[in-house]
Design a protein around this ligand. Sequence first.
Ligand SMILES: *[C@@H]1O[C@H](CO)[C@@H](O)[C@H](O)[C@H]1NC(C)=O
Ligand SMILES: *[C@@H]1O[C@H](CO)[C@@H](O)[C@H](O)[C@H]1NC(C)=O
Ligand SMILES: *[C@@H]1O[C@H](CO)[C@@H](O)[C@H](O)[C@H]1NC(C)=O
Ligand SMILES: *[C@@H]1O[C@H](CO)[C@@H](O)[C@H](O)[C@H]1NC(C)=O
Ligand SMILES: *[C@@H]1O[C@H](CO)[C@@H](O)[C@H](O)[C@H]1NC(C)=O
Length: 355
Amino acid sequence: MAALLLFCVGSLFYQLNGGPPHFLLDLRHYLGNSTYLDDHGPPPQKVLPFPSQVVYNRVGKCGSRTVVLLLRILSEKHGFNLVTSDIHNKTRLTKNEQMELIKNISTAEQPYLFTRHVHFLNFSRFGGDQPVYINIIRDPVNRFLSNYFFRRFGDWRGEQNHMIRTPSMRQEERYLDINVCILENYPECSNPRLFYIIPYFCGQHPRCREPGEWALERAKLNVNENFLLVGILEELEDVLLLLERFLPHYFKDVLSIYKNPEHRKLGNLTVTVKKTVPSPEAIQILYQRMRYEYEFYYYVKEQFHLLKRKFGLKSHIRKPRPRPEFFIPSPLETEEPIDDEEEDDEKWLEDIYKR
Ligand SMILES: *[C@@H]1O[C@H](CO)[C@@H](O)[C@H](O)[C@H]1NC(C)=O
Ligand SMILES: *[C@@H]1O[C@H](CO)[C@@H](O)[C@H](O)[C@H]1NC(C)=O
Ligand SMILES: *[C@@H]1O[C@H](CO)[C@@H](O)[C@H](O)[C@H]1NC(C)=O
Ligand SMILES: *[C@@H]1O[C@H](CO)[C@@H](O)[C@H](O)[C@H]1NC(C)=O
Ligand SMILES: *[C@@H]1O[C@H](CO)[C@@H](O)[C@H](O)[C@H]1NC(C)=O
């Protein structure tokens, strides 16, 4: 219970500058007063308070393309203002850029949902109302591998696609064996490049990009204080279900849209090609290099499972494995539309999606 409250609660004790979004506090009351503390089926339907400012600072290669696709449909259906950014390759901003962006987002017509690949922005630092944050992460090694092969070989858009995406990449780099990259400490397979997920939650402070305890702890704190929900891609359907419960004005019906075969088949097209499995030794090394990322991932996963139980969803709580869950095939693996933190062009989706 305490952990759950922490998870949902805003910065009750840090109200110097605006404090937590009211929504997080209201939600805490809602949960705190509810009677379904154990796994006794779904909670009674109640009307939740309605946040009108939502930010999804989507982490690259964690299912965000699927979610953005769903958001396009949902924004038409429910009439909220979906604000997406044209900038797909800039997650860190100067102080001025932060100020500009926050000013810009804050003037968007409400209710809005803003989304961009960007490290956490502290609205209250610049005198704005802190919005409700949401996000999704996944197993760090799987995320890394997905990005590694996507950068080199693109996706279903065909043989030529990678040439368009990364035309200047030399052949030696494109065909670099992932085991060599890891075992011979290429920068791409070493820190700080492997410290990828935590900065999205830690924020814009330079120390947020230094692999270490400071960034990890700050990221966790921020999850507790500012994020309504951080889901786990491996359990995407439950993430969507919880979003539907928490933010019905944005996400009502999302699960049925997601499950609709007409929409699902699109995802089938985006299989990353030429994925190869690194050797167990290389995986083990990656896992060690990413220990902070894993600590964060397991933390988020535990909170997510607590929340699921709270809402009467089954959760398969397992002890963290000594190694990443890379070898467990997930049903998503072949259907996961893939995006890239360096270039996340979604135009093709819009084209497919015109109807
Ligand atoms: C239950 O809700 C009431 C108001 O509706 C609130 O004052 C009270 O603090 C809540 N209880 C808990 C445990 O959050
Ligand atoms: C981001 O991409 C644009 C073109 O889309 C390019 O002009 C710019 O230099 C890139 N910025 C970074 C930081 O890579
Ligand atoms: C601010 O938002 C408008 C549209 O709402 C956009 O055209 C403009 O580029 C944005 N500026 C910045 C700095 O993000
Ligand atoms: C956000 O900014 C406020 C005001 O400067 C500060 O008190 C708070 O610690 C910051 N939070 C994060 C997570 O950076
Ligand atoms: C995905 O595509 C393959 C071949 O293009 C097809 O055989 C398969 O049935 C598709 N799966 C789904 C779920 O649409």
